[in-house]
Write a protein that binds this ligand. Structure first.
Ligand code: PLP
Length: 413
């Protein structure tokens, strides 16, 4: 859709004009205030326009706005130091980037250069960005037909989803492990690109059975394949830990970060890898990023990370996420419009009846619009899922108010 000279993806059939935002609230151009349950898709985890972050950015902008890729502003080094200290020890070298797609592209290059192999494994129906290579790893060939050919060598696997029955979950994980091992045993796979146990991009909130990260870590190590965790969505307290990799204690060879990194104040992304991988690969890869890690973005990212650590934001995320799931189950279980609710921390997927249509419109789309009219900002996948990602700083009162609007909207059809 084109609106006011801007091309929008077909993700929504309408565009909300946001003229002001603060904490868990956004305001549209008519002055209407909405509670936000999206965090701009896992970006404004510390609340919209967090004043502490804005203040350091302005300060930095007055000192120095710009630095080229072959030089360094001290704020970049300060941030690299805190970031690597906050990750497992072996993840100690940073590549600067502007966002998630770029970071994941850099990671794929690193994996190929380090291993000397060319195959990459991704997961269908995941979202890791929109470059040609990443689309090949995640999107169906049907959906990318008109822009084909994409990256030549890409293997798409199905993400194993948790089941209500623990026994069935473990069976699924076992089947997945067998498939993965068969592919990895050929020893031509450079890297596996995956989020750590939950798909947060794309609108579908798929959760893997417990043990997924450890399994994938063990198998990739065994066959000399690099494990790349995309923590663009799971990072920065969203899943009840500072980083999603902590959920199972699986340490990847490469991690990519963006989105919540500077809390939406600036575009920034990062690849963090080991000294050995960086040293052995950097001559072979291209990673110059003109706008990667501009000083104001680094000041914002540094303050963002300091706040996460100072306030242990992940603890509240876990508590609020469990609460959100419990209340939704209590209010909706047995209702014909409801199917499932699942999630990790404050990354919660709400599955609605996918067969129900109102006219030609899916129930999800109807609920998203009705909620918006009643003062709640949501994002759904058009089919059956609403991805709930409130700012992690949301008050219990606003969380309750948002849930109330959501539940009423669901029950109103
Ligand atoms: C999990 C995940 N990885 C990567 C990306 C791509 O990040 P960006 O939009 O900054 O390129 C996204 C974006 O939605 C994402 O959700």
């Amino acid at each position: 859709m084109i609106k006011n000279k801007i091309l929008y993806s077909n993700f929504a059939s309408w565009v909300l004009d946001i003229v002001k935002a603060k904490g868990s609230y956004i305001w549209d151009k008519k002055g209407k205030r909405l509670i936000d349950f999206t965090s701009a898709w896992n970006v404004t985890n510390l609340g919209w326009n967090n004043p502490e972050i804005t203040a350091v950015m302005i300060n930095q902008a007055k000192k120095n706005n710009c630095v080229p890729g072959w030089a360094a502003d001290p704020i970049q080094q300060k941030y690299a130091s805190l970031l690597t200290q906050s990750l497992p020890e072996k993840l100690s070298v940073v590549i600067r980037a502007t966002g998630g797609t770029e970071a994941n592209e850099d990671a794929l290059q690193l994996a190929r250069a380090y291993t000397g192999r060319s195959q990459i494994i991704g997961f269908s129906n995941a979202y890791n960005g929109h470059s040609m290579a990443i689309l090949a790893l995640t999107f169906s060939p049907q959906s990318t037909k008109r822009i084909a050919p994409l990256m030549g060598k890409a293997i798409q696997m199905s993400f194993p989803r948790v089941s209500d029955s623990p026994g069935e979950s473990q069976k699924r994980l076992k089947r997945f492990g067998k498939k993965l091992e068969t592919i990895l045993a050929k020893k031509d796979v450079a890297g596996v690109l995956v989020e750590p146990g939950i798909i947060t991009g794309g609108g579908s909130t798929a959760i893997a059975p417990k043990g997924f990260c450890q399994l994938i870590r063990r198998l990739t190590r065994e066959y000399g394949t690099l494990l790349i965790f995309d923590e663009v969505g799971t990072g920065f307290s969203r899943c009840g830990k500072l980083f999603g990799m902590e959920l199972e204690g699986a340490v990847p060879d490469i991690v990519t970060l963006a989105k919540g990194m500077a809390n939406g104040a600036a575009g920034i992304g990062a690849v963090v890898t080991t000294q050995e991988i960086a040293e052995k690969s950097y001559q072979a890869i291209q990673f110059y990023s003109t706008f990667g890690w501009m000083p104001p973005a680094c000041a914002a990212a540094l303050k963002t990370l300091e706040i996460h650590k100072r306030d242990k934001v992940w603890l509240k995320a876990k508590k609020d996420g469990d609460y959100l799931q419990a209340v939704l189950k209590r209010e909706l279980l047995g209702h014909p419009n409801f199917e499932t609710v699942n999630g990790i921390g404050m990354e919660v997927g709400l599955g609605l009846n996918k067969d129900k249509k109102i006219g030609k419109v899916s129930l999800v789309d109807k609920v998203v619009v009705r909620a918006r009219e009643k003062g709640l900002f949501l994002v759904g996948n058009h089919e059956n899922n609403i991805q709930l990602m409130p700012p992690l700083t949301i008050t219990r009162k606003d969380l309750d108010k948002g849930i109330e609007i959501l539940v009423k909207a669901i029950k109103s059809f």
